[in-house]
Design a protein around this ligand. Sequence first.
Ligand SMILES: [Fe+2]
Length: 329
Amino acid sequence: MFAHLSDLHLSDPSGVRTRDLLNKRMLGYLSWRRHRREEHSGEVVNALVRDLKRVDPRHIVITGDLTHLGLPEEFREVSEWLSELGPPGGITVIPGNHETYIDTRWNDTMARWLPYMVSDTAPALSTGITSETVFPSLRVRDGIAFLGVSSAKPSAPFLAIGSVGSAQLEALDRLLLETGQMKLYRVLLIHHPPLKETLGWRKRLVDAKRLRDVLRRRGVELVLHGHAHRPADGYLETSAGVSPVIGVPSGSAIGLKLGRRAGYNLYRVTRTGKDWELTVESRGYSPESGEFVSVDTRDHKGGKQQNQGNRSQSGDQGIQLQHQSQVGD
Ligand SMILES: [Fe+2]
């Protein structure tokens, strides 16, 4: 069983120096002062950690946006939090757009999280792994291949777009082929949703179609993403069958906006002959108890979900389902 968290926005940028805000970060800082400071709560994060300690998943994946402004100090804060959560071998992290608010020095920022991002077969960290060489990452745990992709790129003010890029897409194509031949259960991790209808133009994955083409051709068993700050269940038809595409809410949101209270998912994967069965349990923050509780469980068998919600759109771009039960609603 493994857990999927996202968009924790853990850090506190209140002590930021003005000279560090003379760029796109100023907009992010103002947005944090106005909205996100109240929305992302340390109390909720502490409840999340308590729940994870109780549930004790074999692995934890975090699909980006652990910071607010991508400041070096925030990366340091988050790496301390990660080290308290568990050892790097048990937690896989990929970056989100907030990690690359502006172009920053790799060594001052993302390099701090390398132990949680690198592939199992990566060379020693001292050999100078960079953003170009770390992704796509591959970590294999209990017959599950976690394939991490970075869609985090600095974008213009008022945009939160992302892209994967040709080099990563080519490497991902190869990794999907190899892990498919090894009969592993392939889980793609990406911050931006690859289904077009999940989010609007301002927050889109620019090369989503190229990514979907790779996934269709090589197959993937499950795609997990963040960025939307709400639950999102969809499907993509691939050569491996109908593959679930699942987004989770922010893991730290107190729930000021309807349907956006904190939640995370647990996944249990079982092999049945040459097929797989997947059970997804959504857990959400309960303000009444101050703890996370189970809010929804659903099964996917042979690439099909058993208790489907309402289909809102279908076709070449995948299928997006309305969630049947939303956290806190
Ligand atoms: Fe994001």
